[in-house]
Unconditional design. Structure first.
Length: 212
């Protein structure tokens, strides 16, 4: 009987530890040193930059597959620009922040698969088939950009925080991906990108690009 009692105590302790670890670590929201610079775009996520790719709609003539997905994602932003993909692991902060003072123009949630988002399946480092949430923003200077939350094998819940036409300030929390996954940023052509593949970026602090 004693070993059964010890097993129950151990199981209860383990469950309480997991709950506390999840709430205190996975859902932590540390203070960030927001630059509050209207000419800079800060990272919306905490993680590692796995892809920085330039795009031009004139080159995205294919309407199917990955190029078709890129065309759909980028056409609302500009005719050319840069796609930056950031991978989040379970130890990263899971909240996303606004890259710049802006207004939410449109939000589209697309159901899909939950494949491993860490796997580099293409040059963009994006699991296009995975469940994702697209947020289209417009800055005070008129520039449009997108933040796309992408679910993964472990991250099966994307939490939306904003309402249509809601205005946000740079560094303001705009969403959450539970247990980490991937965040993609689509910037217009007149933003000079200052990050590169391999960089470890901090949500709300690290500058990804500056207006030309």
């Amino acid at each position: 009987m004693k070993w059964i009692q010890r097993t129950l105590y151990a199981a209860a302790f383990f469950c309480l530890f997991c709950i506390a670890f999840y709430r205190l670590w996975f859902l932590r929201q540390p203070e960030r040193n927001i630059p509050h610079n209207p000419t800079e775009f800060v990272s919306p996520a905490n993680g590692k930059v796995v892809s920085v790719r330039h795009w031009n709609t004139a080159d995205l003539i294919e309407t199917k597959g990955e190029l078709g997905a890129i065309h759909l994602w980028t056409s609302e932003v500009d005719t050319a620009g840069t796609i930056i993909s950031i991978q989040m692991n379970p130890l990263n902060v899971h909240y996303q922040r606004a890259p710049q003072d802006s207004k939410l123009l449109k939000e589209i949630y697309t159901k899909g698969s939950f494949h491993n988002a860490v796997s580099m399946s293409n040059e963009y480092g994006i699991r296009f088939e995975n469940e994702h949430n697209e947020m289209l923003f417009k800055t005070k200077s008129g520039k449009k950009y997108k933040v796309i939350q992408i679910a993964g094998f472990m991250a099966r819940r994307i939490v939306e925080y904003l309402n249509p036409n809601q205005t946000v300030t740079q560094g303001e929390v705009i969403g959450l991906i539970k247990l980490g996954s991937q965040v993609t940023v689509i910037l217009p052509h007149d933003v000079a990108v200052t990050t590169q593949v391999g960089d470890i970026v901090t949500d709300g602090e690290t500058v990804l690009g500056k207006e030309r």
